[in-house]
Design a protein around this ligand. Structure first.
Ligand SMILES: C[S@@+](CC[C@H](N)C(=O)[O-])C[C@H]1O[C@@H](n2cnc3c(N)ncnc32)[C@H](O)[C@@H]1O
Length: 292
């Protein structure tokens, strides 16, 4: 396990279980956990697949319990997994935390290829707290448009004095955010990167400035990146070195890693590709030469 960073933002290169065990109990205001889903995704050559569903769930129960212990008494926990495993998470966590919302992150369908069944267009997220009488929920920071009031300008005549319906409301439990696409500026080279907008809603709602936010499966470090933007502190854990490098760059914690410059990989539409004498030469669109 290797830790880099500052007092406010730490990147831990290592195993989630080991990192979680090393943290003090009762020390974190918000945890967002987006583990491997046991559906055969390829994380940089490391294919995540457990020998059985039971083995996957037993591994999950270990870190789920550690997360519960690391949360402060007023803390909140958001956790994701594949739809088929979420019922097990739900039942496991029920006696340990209060599950306040069963959220659906719903997204556009263009990637769905299923022809013989109904393709998946959502991922579930559990929102839990340790104490339902004492937790942070900044509803006014996450308001969305309420169509009845804002678009249709309807008036509620049932009230003693007729009043225009509210034009804003707290979002319901179905959240529409596009998945991160190759052409989006936030895109990083990772198969399951979560959108900044999703983490913004979670972090704004369930933490305050200065709070500590932990993500035990950081991937591209979206959680830590948004935590920093919103003046929170963060601890991000990730097993794969290539993703740790993304985190160090995104959080501006390092310019180099083991002698390698940490620069965002240019995407195909950002480079002019010239091949002469069998040699490949790359230029950015503004004409800068890139050594390959
Ligand atoms: C679903 S992805 C997280 C994506 C992340 N939320 C983002 O926005 O980019 C899960 C990540 O967990 C990492 N991982 C897998 N096993 C791990 C372990 N035992 N400890 C820490 N990280 C692990 C994988 O390399 C992968 O990057």
């Amino acid at each position: 396990m290797h830790i880099t960073g500052t007092d406010k933002h730490k990147v831990i290169h290592g195993d989630a279980l080991e990192a979680l065990r090393s943290l003090p109990d009762n020390s974190v205001e918000l945890i967002f956990a987006d583990p491997p889903y046991n559906i055969g995704k390829n994380f940089n050559g490391h294919v995540e697949r457990w020998e059985s569903d039971e083995a996957y769930l037993n591994w999950c129960y270990e870190w789920l319990l550690l997360c519960v212990n690391k949360l402060k008494t007023n803390g909140s926990f958001y956790v994701m997994t594949a739809t088929q495993f979420m019922p097990y998470f739900d039942i496991f966590l029920r006696g340990k935390l209060e599950i306040l919302s069963r959220l659906v992150w719903s997204y556009d369908s263009s990637g769905v290829q299923a022809k013989n069944y109904f393709g998946s267009m959502y991922e579930p997220i559990l929102f839990c707290v340790k104490d339902k009488k004492n937790y942070t929920f900044n509803s006014s920071d996450i308001l969305v448009e309420a169509k009845t009031g804002a678009k249709r300008k309807l008036i509620d005549y049932r009230k003693a004095t007729p009043t225009v319906y509210n034009s804003e409301k707290v979002p319901g439990n179905v959240w529409d955010f596009p998945r991160v696409r190759y052409r989006m500026s936030e895109y990083e080279n990772h198969p399951t990167q979560k959108p900044v907008a999703l983490l913004e809603r979670i972090i704004k709602a369930s933490s305050n400035q200065g709070d500590l936010i932990l993500d035990p499966f950081s991937g591209t470090f979206t959680t830590s990146f948004v935590a920093k933007e919103l003046n929170r502190s963060s601890i991000g854990v990730e097993l794969q070195e290539d993703y740790v490098k993304i985190g160090l760059r995104r959080l501006q914690l390092a310019k180099e890693y083991k002698g390698e410059k940490l620069e965002k990989e240019l995407r195909s539409f950002e480079v002019k590709n010239t091949i002469s004498n069998g040699q490949q030469t790359l230029f950015t669109l503004d004409g800068t030469y890139i050594h390959k």
